[in-house]
Design a protein around this ligand. Structure first.
Ligand code: KG4
Length: 342
């Protein structure tokens, strides 16, 4: 096989985004994502509707990714697809598509772990000469709607979860607290926007006391709920009148919880190369906290461009590229999995 011109098609369909991307030798040529507005009315992703939407979107999205990359599909070296974790029905659409596509073109298939892909998104080169990639070993804070983990990354295929949430994920805490305030789904970006005009010290919310590098967000959610319940008894307009302050306090507390453990892990493991990934890494407060830590603790920080924070196929193609270089292909019998640790 020729390693000078490796073209990888990536397919991502683990949740509610259908995405396809093309990478040439690790450099991004295209990254197309179709979101699914259908879930907004339900306040969360409806798995059955997600699978159907993937089925509708996948061919046009792949077509567009190949066109925008300016290549012919016959030039592709391999097709990489998200095998899990995620919603099984959604994953089946991407997996089945990848099998059909790889068979038709007679090229290998590479299966990709969605969580590892979020971490490896840091290696995507947006153009030639883009060399801002983390150095191994590095710590990655992976924060999304379904996960909150601190991962020690020793190599593209050697990742150790050193800490993780024992209950809710950070994104879930944003979304659930937003819901009780009557804000639309997903609540994370809305809280981020409203928090900009609020005072993060206006209210005190509880922080967990658990050992090691693990996280917990369920106590914070309950303390937020009790605060609203108690204050609403005195003033039924409490939420409306204090929305910005509530958002600022909630966001600041979530960030404090995340950074406290990350700082501890970085110190104990003696690592100063620190990255953040996943949907919550779009949060402006969290990005600012990373910048401040870089200044104070001399961390080399890696914050992904917004396009690579949420689910995207570029990160899947990137992971596929690493595996392709080591000839780690998967067989046609590969089936998706819904749950796994990195
Ligand atoms: O990685 P991701 O796209 O996929 C899932 O895990 O499903 O993460 C989505 C999560 C949601 O909980 C969303 O509220 C959160 O990321 N999120 C944010 C922001 N943008 C997305 N949370 C806080 N601030 C943001 N700006």
């Amino acid at each position: 096989m020729n390693n000078n011109n490796i073209l990888i098609l990536g397919i991502e369909s683990s949740c509610d985004d259908t995405s396809a991307a093309v990478l040439r030798n690790g450099i991004l040529l295209s990254n197309i994502t179709a979101g699914q507005k259908v879930h907004e009315a339900y306040g969360g992703v409806v798995p059955e509707l997600a699978s159907r939407a993937h089925q509708q979107n996948i061919i046009p999205v792949v077509d567009q990714a190949i066109q925008q990359a300016g290549i012919r599909k016959e030039e592709l070296s391999a097709v990489a697809f998200t095998r899990g974790p995620g919603l099984l029905g959604s994953l089946l659409v991407g997996t089945s598509f990848a099998k059909g596509f790889a068979t038709a073109l007679n090229i290998p298939m590479v299966d990709v772990n969605h969580l590892q892909a979020h971490v490896l998104a840091h290696f995507i080169q947006q153009n030639e000469g883009d060399n801002d990639q983390p150095e191994f070993p590095f710590l990655c804070l992976l924060v999304s709607g379904g996960n909150s983990q601190i991962i020690l990354v020793r190599a593209y295929n050697d990742m150790e979860v050193v800490g993780q949430t024992i209950d809710d994920a950070a994104g879930e805490a944003f979304d659930k607290c937003a819901k009780v305030m009557g804000l639309p789904y997903p609540g994370g970006p809305v809280i981020d926007r409203l928090a900009k005009d609020g005072n993060p010290q206006a209210f005190v919310l509880s922080k967990p006391h658990i050992p090691g590098y693990n996280y917990s967000f369920s106590g914070l959610k309950t303390s937020f709920l009790y605060l609203l319940r108690d204050r609403m008894k005195e003033n039924s307009n409490f939420i409306e009148e204090n929305k910005a302050d509530l958002c600022a306090c909630l966001q600041a507390t979530i960030i404090d919880i995340l950074m406290d453990k990350l700082r501890k892990a970085a110190k104990d493991l003696n690592v100063n190369e620190v990255a953040v990934a996943g949907g919550v890494s779009a949060n402006s407060g969290l990005r600012q906290a990373f910048e401040e830590h870089a200044g104070k603790l001399c961390w080399n920080i890696h914050i992904p461009p917004f396009a690579f924070t949420t689910d995207n196929a570029a990160m899947v193609a990137m992971s596929g590229y690493f595996k392709y270089l080591h000839r780690e292909f998967c067989s046609m019998e590969a089936t998706p999995f819904s749950r796994v640790m990195v």
